[in-house]
Design a protein around this ligand. Sequence first.
Ligand code: PMT
Length: 222
Amino acid sequence: ASRDSLAGRRFVLTAGPTQEPLDPVRFLGNRSSGRMGFALAGALARAGADVDLVAGPVQLTTPPGVKRTDVQTAEEMLAAVLARLEGATGFIGVAAVADYRPVDVATHKIKKSDAVLELRLQPNPDILARVASDPRRPELVMGFAAETRDLETAARGKLAAKDLDLIAANRVGEGLAFDQPDNALEVFSADQCWTLPRQSKQLLAERLVDIIVETLDRHSTD
Ligand code: PMT
């Protein structure tokens, strides 16, 4: 994408993991480092877009030109996204949002004992599906899918079920995806598919911006 191909357009992105507290010192989390989402936020900003990045707990510096908001839980991430949705051209969910959170959050540190400890979990809101069904739905809604098997079927299922314009699917493992410098992606729209072979998340982000620009161009000529 050229330096100004997204000028005047605003994107809201999520990146990183969410952490769901169990007690004052413990949480449920996952291995997302935030790298993929931060790389995409930086690449969109270089293409001239205004970028609002809602980040879970990560150890990364904010890319130049990106406005960052830090959150911890899925519910905080949802609230931060909804507060920034009005007037956005695009929403891209790169975050690995926890699907469940503990039903009870202990006020005091849970004590160790010899008994089995059972955790009860309740589903978290699905941020991506919520954005795609909002009256203020951005023109482009894009998700990511992390899969350990049946990559294409699972990704196409999420594209349709969540009413997305694009989904970028990554296979987890093989030194790719979570907490790795490199990734490989298969990107799907309802009628197109792009294969982005293994490369750095920085370079992948540049390719994703090309696909995003192409998709918005197609929308405007349809
Ligand atoms: O952060 P890195 O270490 O660089 O790793 C990058 C990544 C592997 C985390 C990233 O490339 C990726 O695949 N992100 C999505 C991971 C994921 O949780 O996928 P999912 O299949 O569970 O979710 C599908 C989509 O729904 C995602 O866009 C996710 O943001 C969204 N979702 C999921 C659950 C939920 N409660 N709310 C959501 O919005």
